[in-house]
Design a protein around this ligand. Structure first.
Ligand SMILES: *[C@@H]1O[C@H](CO)[C@@H](O)[C@H](O)[C@H]1NC(C)=O
Ligand SMILES: *[C@@H]1O[C@H](CO)[C@@H](O)[C@H](O)[C@H]1NC(C)=O
Ligand SMILES: CC(=O)N[C@H]1CO[C@H](CO)[C@@H](O)[C@@H]1O
Length: 354
């Protein structure tokens, strides 16, 4: 009797694990094959070989790029090289990426930049918020950009228990922001379990010097976050759920969900075009290839443009799709005046004329 019961339990457990595994593979869209969508006028950006994970472009055409991310379980082509912030002037006919100098006193050796966001203050000061993972911890660094000498002055490091596993930020002012925590656990084995069991413990936090609170929860992997040009709506990419959540922002900074847009790809960072209000997503067509890197069969790249997200039928256009022979693991796409920049988690970056 005891033996039978034991066997039955093992059987149920095995069935459960197989079911979870199938579900996880489907979350990663593991069997997805990529149909290429080409863009004719693209070139790789010189000097970017080890990632361009997030990009934010100022209304004047200056593009900030975070490079050199080290993230648990993901590939890095330069694991011992500190990360950096690059700048490109998209008004230049043949723009180059240059490294921004960072003011003394900031620990450059452990710099591991991830999501970034700019904020222009009423006096035209430009603030750059950077998610950082020194020793795989999470902080948000606030810099002031000095255009005269292409440098960043470090203003402060923000740490908080609610900012435990930050992926991306969107700046709301010189000292407050929303941030996504992409996972609950920080140890590899627990992270895998969290994804495997689809716990949905990833969330969004509002931070200001006087108040820090969770404003949205229940995501499988909250990744990119951004805000509409009128600053009324907040967009959150849930990568493992293949969706973008449209949230309404309230005066007390709380968020309520308006709608969820389902996609068939793993959306990473979101960039909003300030002129057209279109949302651009850097996406991972196949999450398994990203997690288990194989140079013979690398992760591909995919860029989506979403128009009229608030309407009953938003238009989703696949602008670019490539199998990884040119660009591996696209994480962001940003536009400025007919030009498109596509960044990647750990690989190169592409500059295209649309
Ligand atoms: C924040 O504002 C919204 C909308 O006005 C309201 O529904 C919600 O209860 C408020 N939350 C708090 C914590 O005051
Ligand atoms: C990717 O596509 C290119 C051409 O588009 C092709 O030559 C190459 O074999 C493909 N690579 C893989 C891994 O499928
Ligand atoms: C779960 C999921 O999003 N699956 C998608 C994987 O990719 C194919 C396209 O190759 C889609 O049709 C599926 O919907």
């Amino acid at each position: 009797m005891g033996k039978l019961l034991g066997l039955a339990l093992v059987g149920i457990l095995a069935a459960f694990l197989v079911e979870r595994l199938m579900e996880f593979r489907s979350k990663c869209n593991a069997s997805r094959e990529l149909e290429p969508v080409e863009l004719p006028n693209c070139r790789l950006i010189k000097g970017i070989e080890t990632g361009s994970e997030d990009i934010d472009i100022l209304p004047n055409g200056l593009a900030f790029i975070s490079s050199g991310l080290k993230y648990p379980m993901l590939k890095s082509f330069a694991p011992d090289k500190p990360g950096e912030i690059l700048l490109m002037d998209l008004n230049d006919g043949n723009p180059r990426a240059i490294e921004l100098r960072i003011s003394r006193g900031f620990d450059l050796t452990s710099f591991n930049p991830h999501g970034i966001s700019t904020y222009i203050d009423t006096d035209d000061s430009v603030y750059l918020f950077v998610v950082n993972h020194p020793e795989f911890k999470s902080t948000v660094e606030v810099f002031k950009f000095v255009e005269d000498d292409n440098s960043l002055v470090h203003l402060k490091t923000i740490r908080h228990e609610l900012l435990s596993s930050v992926n991306d930020v969107v700046a709301l002012g010189p000292d407050h922001f929303y941030a996504t925590n992409d996972k609950y656990f920080s140890d590899y084995i627990f992270i895998l379990l969290e994804w495997f069991f689809g716990l949905g413990w990833s969330n969004v936090v509002y931070y200001s010097p006087t108040e820090v609170k969770e404003v949205a929860s229940g995501f499988y992997f909250a990744n990119g976050i951004n805000i509409s040009p009128d600053r009324k709506y907040v967009y959150i990419a849930d990568m493992l759920a293949h969706s973008i959540h449209v949230m309404e922002k309230h005066a007390n900074w709380s968020l309520t969900e308006l709608k969820v847009l389902e996609l068939d790809t793993l959306v990473d960072n979101l960039v909003v075009d300030p002129y057209t209000e279109d949302i651009w997503g850097g996406c991972h067509p196949n999450g398994m290839k990203l997690l288990f890197y194989d140079p013979e069969n690398p992760p591909g790249s995919e860029v989506l443009r979403i128009q009229n997200i608030l309407s009953a039928k938003p238009t989703v256009t696949k602008v670019y799709a490539e199998n990884g022979s040119v660009l591996q693991g696209s994480s962001v796409a940003a536009v400025y005046s007919g030009k498109l920049l596509i960044g990647t988690v750990f690989h190169r970056a592409l500059y295209c004329q649309l």
